[in-house]
Ligand binder design. Sequence first.
Ligand SMILES: [Zn+2]
Length: 99
Amino acid sequence: MTSHRLHVWPWLRPLGRLLLPDWLAITIGRDVLAWRDLSERELRHELAHVAQWRRHGWTLPVRYALESFRAWRAGESWYRGNRFEVEARAAERSAEDEA
Ligand SMILES: [Zn+2]
């Protein structure tokens, strides 16, 4: 499993909600910050973001923002249409789900 640290901080909830109403977690480097504990599926989503951080390093926030802008300009959701989120959603499904 991808090396990571999960931090569960309930006080983050109102902060994240300013950006996304149904916000749950954000990943920065290999640190996953969540306002409640994550299910396996939710953790797999965040671990995909850990892998993206490893791949792109500190250029990821810039790439992510540009990608959100591209999605928004194409008439998609800046969040759901962002290819980094599309990739993370695909990673939510485990090997067992596919069997
Ligand atoms: Zn995500």
